[in-house]
Design a protein. Structure first.
Lengths: 417, 422
């Protein structure tokens, strides 16, 4: 009987140890490395230029975090997932990242449509996501517990685009060429509304993502005889439109022309849009001359890794999305989703874009400060500037900042005036 | 659209009498024991064009429905729809802006010619081998990629036309090699279902080529510079160049029609290749051999033509033509490994529209699709939707054609195919 009691006690002890081990799970060496998902479009019809920049930045983030001691005593591994810019792929990818790859959080993300489609899966499964470059307001506007964003809101970024167009001399009519996506449609609507508030008429032309031949639309835009063109097309579609418009005499060198920020990848821009000089673009983040130490270090490493002369804003955002998640996991002391969310809501992360924090969430609703739901889990401080290529073949890091005045490095060149 | 009811009532009228004509004429011709091959198409067009005033004499006299009757009725139908549209939406650019209309037609014709060239490659393969090559889009993509690599990466400074020539030679060789390695089992009974085998194996080739190029070249868009810049021309007078005015990248004719340089150059090169291809097929022994095999393999073999060798030539030539379409367009569009998917689908539409196995059909079908797409993009009143429906415009025409004339515009009722199975 004594033997049985001893055996039972021993079994109980072993079971208890297993129980303890399973409770403390994530921090154990057995769970190393800690996996974080990294969303990026690496195939068409997604914006591959943007996706590759984000992938490189997230890999650098992984390297830097691991070199600094990792997270919870483990290395991190960023599991890059190719979204192809397709919403239908986003849900399946998010499921795969969570259930098969075992990620504890997700960063990155370029196309809004991917963010809109994928966020529900992550939220339902309790996996925190910090979206890097998805602008659509509804991503945070749905006030989901596990969803955060460091990219600017679409309504806000579009505001900079239309405000700049509205203050340009002699602008009475604007043509907006947009993709039919969760990024393009609301951004175009915001621009239309904003321009109308300044008494400027506008016409929006919608195209499908991945469209190649814009001849018909270019002719329609030409027939409208606009003073300013705003192009909200990501990836190579933006390049195709810009060059075909230039061939038809309504490109950036013929009239005031806002191109998508994919054009900030200057090598690709000049190869695909050789007549793309004088195009305006919106850029997230401060100019390189105002970079903080983290950004300067990242810029140096990024240029060495990619051979590029400048750093795209989405690369900075992607790097920070992984950095902020790593810090949150460390501060949470666990890979539990709720604990990470709690840490994110209290975080103060010194990233390449500045100090990242989320003032609104479960502890304080945006309405407390009279703000809309879209400010939920939204970083409120990303700087947005308007930049312009003013020399053919110019690298994006020397582009002239033309708006707003606080960051201005030169006067804009307004074509057609 | 200001007065949309005018347009939609007209469409309803045209559709009603078109359907009545299509169904009724076939029945009438069958009852009178007459040739019904054009009855559905002719009857529906005459019904749509003239309503009961055209159908009554048609059913009473029941003449032979020839191409002239079909063409004239088609033009009348187009005219009726155009007039209704003009009355319904008088401020539309397609109605009120002649310059816009001329530019759209020119753009449609130019891109249609290039579509036609690409589809001719597909139809050539089909008419000889009897298979639909699903690798056609991949060869289109490779054609452009090779030009980029030849003139920008491997031999910088090489003339673009050398790049195009190099691209043609490489893809011709690649096509011939693939045909020898993978398609020969179709000819000697080594596979039970040769046609299905051909489709699957070309489908596999398409995947392999696309992702091989993606692995080697990446997914970043690339592009080559314009092959030629337009010289500066101002005619008749430099102060008033109403006839022709050029800049490096654009040509303006009659102060109205605007043609971009890359498209113009691509169209001219395509026309030259089309002429060359037709001369080859009609004036050379090998070309005549190809045509003979497409008509009757066994009879061709009896006269001393080796059908298997013609298979290789047709497949290689078809792949090269697809590549050539890409090679001339890489100066117009940004190029990616998946760039061939949409043109490939469009080629299928064109080939079926023009008639499977018909070279003139492919060319006419391509031009038709180019024009319809240009009209749709330019004239659909809602600018947010006009361009989004581009893939649908061709499909609408195809659906109507399949309903009225399943063998397509120039198709034969019993195309011989690889083994006379069609």
């Amino acid at each position: 009987m004594e033997r049985v009691r001893k055996l039972t006690s021993a079994l109980g002890l072993v079971a208890g140890l297993f129980g303890l081990a399973s409770l403390s799970g994530p921090a154990l060496a057995a769970d190393c490395p800690i996996k974080i998902g990294g969303l990026a479009p690496l195939s068409a019809p997604g914006s591959v230029t943007g996706g590759e920049a984000m992938r490189d930045a997230m890999i650098l983030a992984q390297r830097d975090i691991n070199a600094a001691g990792g997270v919870l005593g483990c290395d991190i591994e960023v599991v890059i997932a190719d979204t192809e810019g397709l919403p239908e792929k986003a849900r399946a990818l998010m499921e795969k990242l969570i259930t098969q790859d075992g990620v504890v959080a997700v960063g990155g993300g370029y196309h809004s449509s991917v963010g809109v489609a994928g966020k529900d899966v992550a939220n339902d499964r309790g996996i925190p996501v910090v979206f890097a470059e998805t602008w659509n307001d509804t991503i945070t506007g749905d006030k989901q517990k596990y969803i955060f964003r460091i990219a600017p809101l679409s309504s806000w970024a579009s505001g900079v685009i239309w405000q700049f167009a509205a203050q340009a001399p002699g602008v009475k009519k604007v043509a907006i060429v947009t993709e039919n996506t969760d990024y393009g449609i609301p951004a175009a609507a915001e621009c239309e509304k904003g321009l109308a508030s300044k008494g400027i008429s506008s016409t929006t032309f919608g195209v499908d993502i991945g469209t190649q031949d814009f001849a018909g639309i270019v002719e329609r835009v030409k027939a409208e005889d606009p003073d300013y063109v705003i192009v909200l097309l990501t990836g190579e579609a933006g390049y195709n439109y810009a060059q075909q418009a230039a061939d038809a005499g309504i490109g950036p060198m013929d009239m005031m022309f806002h191109a998508n920020q994919a054009g900030l990848e200057s090598k690709s821009w000049w190869e695909n849009v050789p007549d793309g000089n004088l195009a305006f673009m919106a850029r997230i983040g401060v100019p390189e001359t105002m970079y903080n130490e983290t950004a300067l270090k990242f810029a140096e490493d990024y240029k060495a890794k990619t051979g590029k002369t400048g750093v795209e804003s989405y690369a900075l955002e992607a790097y920070d999305s992984i950095g902020v998640l790593a810090q949150a996991i460390n501060e949470a002391g666990s890979t539990n989703g709720d604990a990470i969310v709690d840490a994110l809501e209290n975080i103060s992360h010194d990233g390449t874009l500045g100090r990242i924090y989320f003032p609104y969430g479960t502890k304080k609703d945006p309405s407390a400060d009279g703000k809309g739901d879209e400010w939920w889990h939204q970083w409120p401080d990303p700087a947005i500037t308007m930049v312009q290529y003013q020399k053919e073949g110019e690298p994006s890091n020397t582009m002239t900042i033309v708006y707003p005045d606080v960051y201005k490095t030169g006067d804009p060149i307004y074509v057609g005036n | 659209m200001q007065y949309s009811s005018i347009f939609w009532w007209t469409i309803l009228w045209v559709v009603f009498w078109g359907v009545t004509g299509g169904i009724g004429t076939r029945k009438v011709y069958l009852r009178k024991d007459l040739d019904t091959s054009n009855a559905t198409l002719g009857g529906s067009l005459i019904g749509a064009a003239f309503g009961p005033f055209g159908l009554a004499p048609l059913w009473w006299k029941s003449p032979e429905i020839g191409r002239v009757m079909i063409t004239l009725s088609s033009l009348v139908v187009i005219g009726i729809i155009a007039v209704a549209f003009a009355n319904a939406d008088p401020e539309n650019n397609c109605v009120s802006n002649g310059s816009f209309v001329a530019s759209q037609i020119t753009n449609g014709l130019i891109i249609g010619i290039i579509y036609g060239l690409m589809a001719m490659g597909l139809t050539l393969i089909f008419s000889i081998l009897g298979i639909v090559s699903f690798a056609h889009g991949a060869f289109y993509m490779i054609g452009g990629m090779l030009v980029y690599y030849i003139i920008n990466v491997w031999f910088p400074g090489t003339h673009p036309l050398i790049g195009v020539l190099g691209s043609c030679m490489i893809t011709f060789g690649l096509g011939a090699l693939f045909e020898r390695l993978f398609l020969t089992p179709m000819y000697d009974g080594r596979v039970e279902r040769p046609v299905e085998y051909g489709i699957l194996v070309t489908f596999g080739l398409s995947f392999t080529l696309t992702y091989l190029v993606a692995a080697l070249a990446g997914f970043n868009p690339v592009k080559v510079k314009r092959f030629f810049d337009f010289p500066r021309i101002r005619l008749p007078d430099s102060s008033d160049p109403w006839l022709i005015k050029t800049s490096r990248g654009n040509m303006e004719l009659f102060d109205t029609v605007s043609i971009s340089n890359p498209r113009f150059v691509a169209a001219i090169l395509s026309i030259m290749v089309l002429v060359g291809l037709l001369l080859f097929l009609h004036r050379t022994w090998t070309g005549k051999g190809l045509r003979a095999v497409s008509q009757d393999r066994d009879a061709a073999a009896i006269t001393g033509i080796n059908p298997n060798r013609m298979n290789m030539l047709a497949f290689a030539l078809g792949c090269m033509i697809a590549a050539l379409s890409g090679a001339v367009l890489v100066q117009a569009f940004s190029w990616l490994p998946v760039v061939g998917l949409i043109p490939e689908m469009r080629s299928f539409v064109i080939v079926v529209l023009g008639g499977l196995g018909s070279l003139p059909g492919a060319f006419v079908g391509g031009t038709l699709v180019g024009l319809v797409e240009a009209a749709g993009t330019g004239c659909v009143p809602n600018p947010q939707k006009a361009s989004s429906y581009i893939p649908a415009y061709g499909m609408i025409i195809l659906t109507i054609m399949l309903l009225l004339r399943p063998m397509g515009l120039f198709g034969r009722k019993f195309a011989s195919g690889a083994h006379g199975k069609f």
